[in-house]
Design a protein around this ligand. Structure first.
Ligand SMILES: [Zn+2]
Length: 427
């Protein structure tokens, strides 16, 4: 089963100065920065998914600058992502339209023809048909029952575009694999869509609409599509936007050839508690809470308290500096655990403070946080990881602060996740 990473320009500055908290004045973003496979020295994934919506074009700007978007289309995904060396020759380069970006529109803004052109320019090995997300899922209805009018509309639009896309993609030749996207509002409607896509000629189906679903509902959807896929000996599935990456081994029972996710990266700075991954001896992943030390002059919650006069900028800056210094001293063995906990929790208090919460509630939150931080700091996981990110950044990788630390931690997580996945799949 291949792990495909959905890229969203997730690179870091290899020369970032943690002490001064700044990048060099001469740094050229993208050019001087490093993708996960560059900073780790190996690719922690089997492929990369690039969405049209992220690249953008003259009509719909994406996350790329105009110059980057133009360069992407000129040199192709492989060169743009700096995956053009021989060791990456087998890397899956998957394209999709990024259906979330236009989910509020009544119909997708792209045509099968301009999508094929995007895949041709990008030199993609795999590309998804244009889909329209259905945000409903009801496992209790059978056949084509249930589903709102909008769900039925989107179901029809997705299949109609898939048929046209398959025809248009023939010009891309044998090195390109078209993927037909399944959208539905129930297991049976998804099975029906899968059946129709196979009848059109697709042999690689992507199960869409999984992002908001709970693991149990994902099983119901995937099992329904799997039963149809198994009727064709050469058919297989991709799971689109599979956010429950930790549960992926449960999906080995289905004919899943690949899945894409950003979750190991995103968890590093979006999860409340599980920010740093480390494999333990018992074939599972241990999760640690990163230590939040936001920049006092950039954090919105802190800026509001300064503006209202509750806190002074000087005091905050002093607490921020002591938290950072304490953490560094602790990592070098110059400070004990309770002293570093005092410093980081002192600064966490204003970070977590809310005008709508009573002091006692905040006290309880700080007690819980202190225990989570104690667990992280006592275990010193950054010293136990041998990846190049942790080796180079040391304790800075566990600090929840700014994109250079947060994304480094996410990239480290991807390496851990990849190893874990390999072990799970081998057993
Ligand atoms: Zn690491």
């Amino acid at each position: 089963m291949k792990f495909v990473f959905a890229d969203s320009m997730d690179y870091v500055d290899p020369n970032f100065d943690f002490i001064k908290d700044q990048t060099a004045a001469t740094r050229k973003p993208y050019w001087d920065d490093q993708y996960p496979h560059e900073i780790l020295g190996y690719a922690p994934y089997d492929g990369i998914l690039v969405s049209r919506a992220i690249v953008g074009d003259h009509r719909f700007p994406g996350k790329y600058t105009e110059a980057q978007s133009m360069r992407f289309r000129r040199v192709g995904a492989r060169k743009f992502l700096r995956l053009d060396g021989p060791k990456y020759a087998d890397m899956m380069l998957m394209g999709d339209c990024g259906a979330f970006s236009y989910s509020a529109m009544s119909a997708p803004p792209y045509t099968p023809e301009d999508t094929v052109e995007f895949y041709a320019d990008g030199g993609f090995t795999h590309g998804c048909s244009i889909d329209h997300i259905i945000f409903e899922f009801d496992p209790t209805v059978t056949g084509m029952d249930g589903g709102s009018d909008a769900a039925h509309d989107r179901f029809d639009i997705t299949l109609e575009l898939a048929e046209k896309f398959l025809r248009a993609s023939r010009g891309l030749g044998k090195s390109f694999t078209p993927i037909g996207v399944v959208q539905g509002w129930s297991p049976d409607s998804m099975a029906d869509a899968a059946h129709r896509l196979l009848a059109m000629g697709y042999r690689y189906l992507a199960v869409g609409g999984l992002v908001p679903l709970k693991t149990e509902a994902i099983h119901q959807a995937v099992a329904a599509v799997d039963a149809v896929v198994r009727c064709k000996p050469d058919a297989r599935m991709h799971l689109l936007g599979f956010a429950k990456a930790d549960a992926i081994s449960q999906f080995c029972r289905y004919r899943v050839a690949s899945f894409d996710t950003t979750s190991p990266l995103i968890r590093a700075f979006k999860d409340a508690r599980r920010n740093y991954y480390l494999r333990d001896g018992s074939r599972s992943i241990c999760y640690y809470t990163a230590i939040r030390i936001p920049q006092a002059h950039e954090n919105n919650a802190l800026k509001r308290q300064v503006k209202s006069g509750r806190l002074s900028q000087e005091n905050l800056a002093r607490m921020e500096a002591s938290a950072l210094t304490a953490l560094r001293d602790y990592s070098k063995g110059r400070l004990n655990l309770d002293a570093v906990l005092d410093a980081v929790v002192d600064y966490a208090r204003p970070v977590y403070w809310s005008p709508r919460e009573e002091e006692q509630a905040l006290d309880r939150r700080m007690d819980t946080l202190r225990e989570q931080y104690r667990n992280t700091l006592d275990a010193r996981p950054w010293e136990r990881c041998r990846c190049s990110v942790c080796a180079a950044s040391g304790v800075e990788v566990i600090v929840f602060r700014g994109s250079n630390r947060n994304k480094r931690r996410g990239i480290h997580n991807m390496g851990v996740f990849r190893e874990h996945l390999r072990e799970q799949l081998a057993s």
